[in-house]
Design a protein around this ligand. Structure first.
Ligand SMILES: [Zn+2]
Length: 339
């Protein structure tokens, strides 16, 4: 268990007045109130909110504060802490404890200082009475390159999440005791790997609802869902400009010279591109409506950007013919940035 420096948690000096402590508390409580945080941030905010409340409860109560001060002077925040034996410092009575804490969520440190017995009895009773609550839905974004989207198949991605506590199975209790792994919350922060099958009709900005991949519920409640927004981004072969895609399409010199039909891969599957005779390298051939979705609706276009290329392993004969090509006519090539 870690030592909790309540002064540090509230950001106040050790000799701060009760008013100063309350003021610091209000500011932090507003900032970290769980209702003001969503998605990945929420669990962290809940945790922080609980610690802030715990710190305020101790530091604004002169009796508890005196006890804490006497004890805490040799400790630093986050240090591993082992409570002294004997339990001779349990001063709060159960009613007082319950009136302060309306449920689980106090730290192990607090419980060991002000009475694990109370925490077990009251925290446990609270946990048993706890209402079931469905876990929160989670929003996340997944970036896919256009090449990956066209290729399809499965993609794995990592996701920070709030999941049911494995120690207590999400009940918050172990026998008659509060579960030490989750402090009675039944849920812990974690990380999971999600496997997604890229949908055939994948679109930029598409939102996929993945059932049961949101935050774990409370008290055995249903797990929330994951809303995954797909973001398609350009790559070496498919560059994007707004909703338009510029795709490199290599063609052989004879295809450009004589014209050809060339199969290319698009988000809509394989499409045959008509390369007219006399097409030049760098020329853009437009395929209407084969780009990405516009936010306002409709689709951008795909531009096939022609690149002259030779087969990867030209035969001896082809290499010989290139030499002949060079010898057999004008050698000067002009255009573009070339002088
Ligand atoms: Zn647990």
């Amino acid at each position: 268990m870690k030592f909790q420096d309540y002064y540090e948690i509230l950001g106040v000096k050790r000799d701060a007045s009760i008013d100063e402590i309350k003021k610091a508390y209000r500011k932090l409580a507003m900032k970290w109130h769980p209702d003001r945080h969503t998605g990945d941030d929420r669990a962290a905010a809940e945790e922080k909110f609980k610690r802030i409340n715990e710190a305020k409860e101790v530091l604004t109560d002169p009796e508890k504060r005196a006890k804490y001060d006497k004890f805490g002077q040799h400790w630093e925040h986050g240090q591993d802490f082992r409570p002294p034996q004997g339990g001779g410092w349990q001063t709060m009575n159960p009613e007082e404890f319950e009136s302060i804490f309306g449920g689980g969520g106090f730290s192990d440190f607090f419980a060991s200082m002000f009475g694990d017995d109370m925490r077990t009895r009251y925290g446990g009773a609270r946990a048993r009475r706890a209402r079931q609550a469905r876990g929160a839905d989670v929003n996340a974004e997944l970036r896919l390159t256009i090449s990956d989207a066209i290729e399809g198949g499965k993609r794995e991605f990592g996701l920070g999440t709030v999941q049911a506590c494995a120690t207590c199975g999400g009940s918050g209790e172990l026998g008659d005791h509060v579960c030490p792994s989750c402090a009675g919350m039944g849920r812990v922060r974690g990380h999971k790997t999600v496997e997604l099958k890229v949908p055939k009709d994948v679109r930029d900005g598409m939102v996929l609802r993945l059932r049961g991949l949101g935050e774990a519920g409370q008290g055995g409640g249903e797990t929330g869902d994951l809303y995954l927004t797909i973001r398609l981004q350009g790559d070496a072969n498919y560059r994007r400009e707004g909703a338009d895609i510029f795709a490199d399409v290599p063609v052989a010199p004879w295809e450009a010279q004589e014209g050809a039909k060339v199969d290319i891969r698009t988000l809509e599957g394989t499409v045959t591109l008509n390369v007219p005779a006399g097409t030049k390298s760098g020329q853009h051939l437009r395929l209407k409506g084969l780009g990405l979705s516009h936010e306002q609706g409709g689709r951008g276009d795909l531009y096939a950007v022609i690149r002259l290329a030779m087969p990867e392993d030209p035969s001896d004969k082809q290499q010989e013919l290139i030499k002949q090509l060079k010898e057999s006519g004008p050698k000067e090539v002009k255009g573009g940035a070339r002088r």
